[in-house]
Design a protein around this ligand. Structure first.
Ligand code: ADP
Length: 274
């Protein structure tokens, strides 16, 4: 057997353990349409383990849709998404690629945490229950185990003294910190933060960004940060993606994107934040 020829036929990903780890997230040729409206027009994106990727761009450019597909809340129209080397929306069955069933999606979903613009807390549960619910129901942890994890996570987001409060009695910033703790308590491989400060009063933005900054500094988890907070993106992102009209128009380091934007589209977008 001609080994080199064999090797050349192998997919890139299996061939290159030398160049580093396998991506934790990989979008390949992903499109998404709602009826006649094509929101994503072919997204290719890889995120490395621990990488912090900020996604910026005008409203309506498909940023949220990208995040929601990773969280298995939206299905791509075409293309594939992989999480830690495993297909998210498809699975192999008898060597054929088929649409994932609910069980597969459920298992994959546990690896992704998402925090939304509108906190989506359970209004009838106190803070502690909001955070213990998923570890108990989904991971099957005992009440004690779940509470231990939850209390530690709520401490981390500065809410150790609010365990028994109901969401309606919390400020927006506190609610958002509960939502962050609720996602983190599942120990996801990837976190998606979708404009988590957009619905907050300006004076509450800082406390939420501070919590995200601390999580980012711990370093282990990959993070997709969809945001209009350009200074924050610049500070914590390893890489910035600029999306417009359903495509990735430009990507690079924060310095490349914010200080030396190449495309006219990005230049005019950034003008608005100056
Ligand atoms: P962004 O996060 O960049 O603002 P979105 O991903 O939220 O963009 O939305 C992209 C486009 O898709 C928008 O035009 C939006 O109105 C449309 N859209 C999003 N979700 C749906 C849906 N469930 N049904 C129909 N259109 C949708």
């Amino acid at each position: 057997i001609d080994e080199q020829a064999e090797e050349a036929k192998m997919p890139q990903q299996e061939r290159s353990p030398v160049t580093g780890s396998q991506p934790i997230v990989k979008y390949a040729g992903v499109t998404k349409s709602y009826g006649d409206l094509q929101v994503l027009k072919g997204i290719d994106l890889e995120m490395q383990p621990g990488e912090k990727v900020a996604v910026i761009g005008p409203s309506g450019s498909g940023k949220t849709t990208m995040g929601r597909m990773l969280m298995t809340l939206e299905e791509p129209t075409e293309g594939t998404i992989e999480l830690d080397g495993e297909l998210l929306w498809h699975m192999e069955e008898k060597g054929k690629l088929v649409r994932a069933n609910e069980k597969h999606l459920h298992r994959m979903r546990c690896n992704v945490g998402m925090v939304f613009q509108h906190f989506n807390l359970f209004p009838h549960m106190n803070v502690l229950r909001n955070v213990t619910e998923a570890p108990r129901k989904v991971l099957g942890l005992s009440k004690e185990e779940a509470e231990e994890r939850a209390v530690s996570m709520l401490g981390k987001v500065g809410l150790a003294d609010k365990l028994k409060m109901h969401p309606s009695n919390l400020s927006g910033g506190q609610k958002q910190r509960v939502a962050i703790a609720r996602a983190l308590v599942m120990r996801p491989k990837v976190m998606v933060f979708d404009e988590v400060t957009s619905a907050l009063d300006p004076e509450l933005v800082g406390e939420v960004l501070e919590v995200i900054r601390e999580i980012a500094e711990e370093g282990e988890m990959a993070m997709m940060l969809i945001t209009h907070e350009m200074d924050f993106a610049k500070e914590i992102a390893d890489r910035v993606i600029f999306g417009a009209d359903g495509r990735i128009v430009e990507q690079g380091t924060p310095e490349e994107i914010f200080d030396h934007p190449k495309s006219e589209r990005l230049q005019s977008f950034l003008q608005r934040f100056r």
